[in-house]
Design a protein around this ligand. Structure first.
Ligand SMILES: Cc1cc2nc3c(=O)[nH]c(=O)nc-3n(C[C@H](O)[C@H](O)[C@H](O)COP(=O)(O)O)c2cc1C
Length: 284
């Protein structure tokens, strides 16, 4: 009886109720999806550095109370900047990759200075993610040569493919690497993907690849500056065997191997040209 009299009011009330419920449901869904999206976006900025949340309090890798000191900056006149920059360019432009080494020794003190220079490179969040393994013993150099020549023969014969071997043919390289035993020193540059904080938790090495390659660049410049020569090499597929030989942990990956010393007498290098400034620089 009451329903019959007021059915219109009941219907309107029901429609309003439904509209409110549906509206609320939509609002909730929109809110959740926005939050989800924010979480995903935050994570995807650098997913390679996402560590599992162990629930432990995070401790910064650098001291919390890191002190600041005045910058040591020796200002020089512009004319001197011009002279020094030109001189340094000429020095570096004379650097060449050398594939034939003299067996003449280089004092270790010199090599230590070169490696110290490499260690001055900038690194992601000052993680210094590098290990420079200096090999000077004839026995270890021989073992390294054996490992590399065995792999390189397979690389040249099977892995590298026609295009690659054709491209490097003019450089006259093959799997015989005499420089590995002739050069007085080998520096194997390892990149550390992570290490440990003083409290034992994992210390992520942000941008370890870029940092280590920068350090290798500093090393090459230091070698050139010291009147020595080197060969930038990346022994393909030899990383794990060389890491095992030198007892390095699996968190370290071989990045480069650089023999350091003097060139062999009458050493020849390919007559290569470098791109001009116009071809490597754009000005805006
Ligand atoms: C990442 C990298 C890997 C290289 N690997 C080798 C190598 O395995 N063997 C080699 O004889 N030269 C290697 N080189 C040297 C290049 O062939 C050489 O730098 C290039 O021909 C230019 O000559 P230059 O260094 O005298 O300017 C490598 C260079 C770089 C940067």
């Amino acid at each position: 009886m009451v329903f019959e009299m007021y059915w219109r009011h009941f219907s309107i009330g029901f429609v309003i109720y439904l509209a409110v419920r549906i509206g609320h449901a939509f609002y909730k869904k929109f809110k959740t999806s926005t939050v989800d999206k924010t979480v995903t976006e935050t994570k995807s900025v650098a997913p390679e550095f996402d560590s599992e949340d162990s629930g432990e309090e995070l401790v910064p890798a650098l001291p919390r109370d890191l002190q600041y000191v005045p910058l040591k900056f020796n200002e020089i006149p512009v004319e001197e900047s011009l002279r020094k920059s030109r001189h340094f360019y000429e020095l570096m432009n004379a650097r060449r990759t050398v594939r034939h080494f003299s067996t003449r020794d280089v004092p270790k003190e010199v090599i230590y200075n070169l490696i110290k220079t490499a260690g001055t490179a900038p690194s992601g969040a000052h993680t210094e993610p590098w290990t420079f393994a200096l090999v000077s013993s004839a026995e270890t150099k021989k073992k390294i040569r054996e490992i590399i020549e065995e792999e390189e023969e397979i690389n040249y014969r099977k892995r590298m493919g026609n295009e690659w071997t054709t491209d490097i043919k003019p450089l006259r390289t093959n799997w015989i690497k005499e420089y590995l035993t002739d050069a007085p020193h080998l520096i194997l540059v390892f990149k550390q993907t992570h290490s440990q904080k003083p409290n034992g938790t994992k210390k992520l090495h942000y941008y370890n690849e870029q940092s280590v390659v920068l350090a290798a660049g500093f090393l090459l410049a230091a070698i050139q500056n010291a009147g020595l020569v080197s060969l930038t090499s990346t022994p393909l597929n030899c990383g794990p065997a060389l890491r095992a030989l030198l007892n390095r942990p699996t968190s370290e990956k071989l990045s480069l191997l650089l023999p350091v010393g003097y060139p062999a007498k009458d050493c020849k290098v390919p007559d290569l040209e470098r791109k001009s400034l116009d071809n490597i620089m754009l000005e805006y």
